[in-house]
Every structure is written in structure tokens, then in C-alpha cells.
Ligand binder design. Structure first.
Ligand code: ZN
Ligand code: FE
Length: 255
């Protein structure tokens, strides 16, 4: 039986995710922004939380761990990087490790840049990637701890995944990202189409996530820093992807 994924909002603009294996009845939460909404969805579905898969140490991704662990005694899986101040960790994982949740397998991809410890979880069989604050729809995370080239390399790792994989990111930032991207690539038809869809979804208060990775490759300017149209959009024709990416991120920081 196929895994079931639930998407819901947490805190002000975080996205909560539960992935459930109907066979084993095991359920993982990707990060734990806050316990309340996660417990609510678990109870509505009649699921018990068995695992929390943590992507990075920021408070809006780990704030609910203590309460959830206390309630469900679930396993907490977190990045290998010991610098990361994440408490109550049962299993530390690094690049290439595979975490098993029932019949579901999550492959760990180290995607540093936003933070140094940031990892993404790739569920190859489910064609789903949980990229938290590395890759957003039409955007990417702020580069707090790493360097711009480091973040660009992490985005390339995610871009290498197949087009039919779904992207589940850490925040509902799509509308503001689309606005920024239209300033860089105003004539990108895929971006224009997605912009209209995002406006409609947000007007109905619906999440824009998940999106298809194949679509992100067409309209996410941060995944397209090596495209001539994007370089031209930041007046850096002929510059390296590293430089174009850095310029994009700097501009977004100020927007
Ligand atoms: Zn973060
Ligand atoms: Fe975050």
C-alpha cells in the first residue's frame, strides 16, 4: 500500500508533514514546528507518531519535539552535526544513510547552507523529497551559516532528483517568492502560469505545496542560476552560477 502524506500549517508560516505507512501503521513527522497541530492531525487520522525526522536545528523545526516525545515516546532522527543543539536525539544520520519507517525508506541528503547541519529526506519509492529550508517553491532558504557556493551545491543535489518527485518544503513562502522571481524572469511562461495558480490557491487559503520538482526546475530562479535568462535578469550575463546565485540571494534578502 502506498504511503499517505498529510500537509498542514504550523506556527505562522511553517508547513507540517506526516508520512504514514498503512501496512506497519508507522508514522513520521518531518520536523516538529509545534506539537499541537501535529497531534491534531494524528488524532484525526487515528495514527500514532513513531518517528520525527529533523532537518536542522532552528527553533521553528524542533520546537515540538519535547512534547511529542513525551506523549508518543517516538524516535528522534537528526543531523549528524553535533554542533546542532537538538535535544533528545535517538539516531544521528549523515549523507547516504537510509532511515526506515515501517516499509518506507528515507535517504539522507546533506544540503548545508541555510544551516551547516541541514539535511533533506528523500523517499525514493514515494517520489517525495522533504527539503525544509533549503529549497522552497520558487525560492530557497536564507544562507545563515554556510556560504553561497555551498548552498548552490546543495540546490544542485536537489535538482538532480527526478522531475516526477514532489517537493515538500518547510515554509509557505511561495507567493512572495513568485513576486520576486517575476522581477528576475518576467517572460518565463511556466513562472507566469504558476503565479496565477498560486494567487488562486492562496485566495482560497490552500497550501501551494507540494509542487513537482520538474516544475521547480522550470520556474524556480534559485535552481536556475546557471541559466542565461536568470543571469541576464540580475545583470550578470556570462557570470558563474555561484555569482549569479549569490546576487539572487542578496537581492531576495533585501526585497
Ligand atoms: Zn530554518
Ligand atoms: Fe524554518
Amino acid at each position: 500500500m502506498a504511503a499517505e502524506i498529510r500537509v498542514f500549517s504550523c506556527l505562522s508560516d511553517n508547513l507540517g508533514y506526516l508520512i504514514h505507512d498503512p501496512q506497519s501503521r508507522m508514522t513520521a513527522s518531518i520536523d516538529a514546528p509545534e506539537a499541537g497541530p501535529i497531534i491534531k492531525v494524528l488524532e484525526r487520522e487515528g495514527w500514532t507518531l513513531t518517528d520525527i525526522l529533523v532537518t536542522h536545528h532552528h527553533a521553528d523545526h524542533v520546537g515540538g519535539i519535547a512534547e511529542l516525545k513525551h506523549k508518543y515516546n517516538c524516535r528522534v532522527v537528526a543531523p549528524h552535526d553535533q554542533q546542532a543543539p537538538i535535544k533528545q536525539v535517538d539516531l544521528r544520520v549523515e549523507n547516504g544513510d537510509v532511515v526506515r519507517v515501517g516499509d518506507m525508506l528515507a535517504r539522507v541528503l546533506e544540503t548545508p547552507g541555510h544551516t551547516l547541519d541541514h539535511i533533506s529526506y528523500v523517499f525514493d519509492n514515494e517520489k517525495a523529497v522533504f527539503a525544509a529550508d533549503t529549497l522552497f517553491s520558487v525560492g530557497c532558504g536564507r544562507v545563515f551559516e554556510g556560504s553561497y557556493p555551498m548552498m548552490w551545491q546543495s540546490l544542485l543535489k536537489l535538482r538532480a532528483l527526478p522531475d516526477d518527485f514532489r517537493l515538500y518544503c518547510g515554509h509557505e513562502y511561495t507567493a512572495s517568492n513568485v513576486k520576486f522571481a517575476l522581477g528576475i524572469e518576467p517572460n518565463n511562461p511556466d513562472l507566469q502560469t504558476w503565479a496565477e495558480e498560486v494567487t488562486r490557491l492562496r485566495a482560497e487559503n490552500k497550501p501551494t505545496i507540494p509542487t513537482l520538482l520538474g516544475d521547480e526546475k522550470k520556474y524556480n530562479v534559485f535552481l536556475r542560476a546557471d541559466e542565461p535568462s536568470v543571469a541576464a535578469g540580475v545583470r550578470l550575463k556570462g557570470a558563474s552560477a555561484d555569482d549569479v546565485f549569490a546576487e539572487l540571494r542578496e537581492r531576495k534578502n533585501k526585497s
